[in-house]
Design a protein around this ligand. Structure first.
Ligand SMILES: [Zn+2]
Length: 429
């Protein structure tokens, strides 16, 4: 090994060490697409579940679908992403009706689906809303995940028509453990907006008010339209938005490369489940409940009817909330340590105090402020975005840790739900 190679190697090692030590202050990383050799497997399925089963845990394979007739009828394709790309780019525009299947529990890049009907929202400017949203979301990501992001790190794809504004936002360097936890994050983001901010991201659909962000795209096995594809029977191809600067940066950095293929780079950046080389997945729940993780994993017989099977670290408050929402149940909880609040998403009932009845489709939630010792009902219906139900005081005996003067919600260790470990004595199981 000659001297210069040695120093390059040493420099590389040093960089590796530095990058692994800076996990907490995570930067949006670029993904190297060339490091995985293409898999030669390519297989067609009629059923999505068979395709997902066939892929199994083989990380060299992606699951895709395509519409082949009206009514959204689809077939499914499993292959290495590069093999797929070579097949896909040879198709005509009319043949590209393809989607990426975001399988349950699969790591994926942060993505957002944004849309509104133009006729109902004549005064709104979609690109300005996207820019405002990026700013607000990046501030939130910085605060909650210590991730620094800029607009140039986000790929903006567009398939707007005369009737509809429609964008996909993809953060190629921000990979979550799965899209459910991502949905959690986006809901928390929406929840964190003060009314004047929230108003910027609300759109009309007929007489109803909805979010600009589609909160329904974080469900399991979601089909997400591919770059360069159109919906069956439609002509609007999903392509790079005029508002995008991610691709400008991509081109600036790589134009000198002889074989640089911009289309291909954009395609791989846009594939949300394609994350080679990334092992540092973001787990939204873990990020925010690290200090309480140990506690929440302990068996606690009290909360047997929690559908998720997971209890929050604040067992007493869980119980209290469950009494209030019965016969509803806690669908999931989310502890935001920085703000000392717990958000309880409620299932089984959609009764909202703001409208005095159940909502048809939007769920409600209860937000508990640990600092104030109060609980308020809030609501996912955009019409109720400003609504905060009356204060429901939580009895001090349900907040036992607050009676210790040295209690600090930021501290690690025992977990505030059980400062003396008394539960173990009561429930040896
Ligand atoms: Zn409501």
């Amino acid at each position: 090994m000659d001297v210069s190679t040695f120093y390059k190697k040493r420099k590389k090692e040093k960089e590796d060490i530095e990058s692994s030590s800076s996990k907490v202050q995570r930067q949006l990383a670029r993904i190297e697409y060339s490091i995985l050799a293409p898999s030669s497997k390519l297989k067609l399925f009629h059923k999505q579940e068979d395709a997902i089963k066939y892929r199994g845990s083989d990380n060299s394979l992606g699951v895709f679908s395509f519409e082949h007739s009206t009514g959204g009828k689809r077939m499914f394709l499993v292959s290495g992403e590069l093999v797929f790309w070579n097949h896909y780019i040879d198709l005509t525009n009319l043949q590209r009706r393809h989607y990426e299947v975001i399988a349950e529990q699969r790591p994926c890049k942060l993505y957002l689906d944004l849309e509104f009907k133009k006729r109902d929202n004549e005064k709104l400017d979609g690109n300005t809303m996207v820019n405002n949203l990026i700013q607000a979301l990046n501030t939130f990501l910085q605060k909650t995940l210590q991730v620094t992001g800029y607009k140039e790190d986000i790929l903006i794809l567009d398939s707007s028509s005369e009737k509809k504004f429609s964008n996909h936002l993809i953060y190629p360097g921000l990979v979550f453990r799965n899209n459910q936890e991502m949905g959690h994050l986006i809901r928390s983001f929406v929840d964190s907006l003060i009314p004047v901010e929230a108003k910027q991201f609300q759109v009309k659909k007929g007489d109803e008010i909805q979010w600009f962000i589609d909160l329904g795209v974080y469900t399991k096995n979601r089909n997400f339209r591919l770059y360069l594809s159109a919906k069956y029977g439609k002509s609007e191809i999903l392509t790079v938005s005029a508002n995008d600067i991610y691709t400008v940066k991509l081109l600036e950095e790589n134009h000198h490369q002889h074989k640089f293929d911009l289309e291909k780079e954009i395609f791989f950046s846009s594939l949300v489940t394609y994350t080679p080389g990334i092992t540092d997945f973001i787990s939204f729940k873990t990020e925010l409940t690290q200090s309480c993780r140990k506690k929440s994993e302990q068996p606690a017989a009290k909360l047997t009817n929690l559908r998720t099977g997971e209890k929050s670290p604040f067992l007493e408050i869980d119980d209290f909330v469950m009494k209030i929402i019965a016969p509803g149940f806690i669908r999931k909880w989310n502890y935001i340590q920085e703000e000392s609040i717990i958000i309880y998403d409620v299932g089984g009932t959609r009764y909202c105090g703001n409208v005095g009845r159940e909502h048809k489709s939007n769920n409600i939630r209860f937000v508990c402020s640990l600092k104030l010792g109060i609980l308020n009902q809030k609501c996912y219906d955009p019409d109720c975005a400003h609504y905060r139900g009356p204060d429901i005081p939580i009895a001090p005996e349900l907040l036992p840790w607050t009676q210790f003067t040295d209690w600090d919600p930021e501290s690690t260790g025992e977990g505030p739900g059980d400062p003396e470990g008394t539960r173990e004595k009561e429930d040896p199981q």
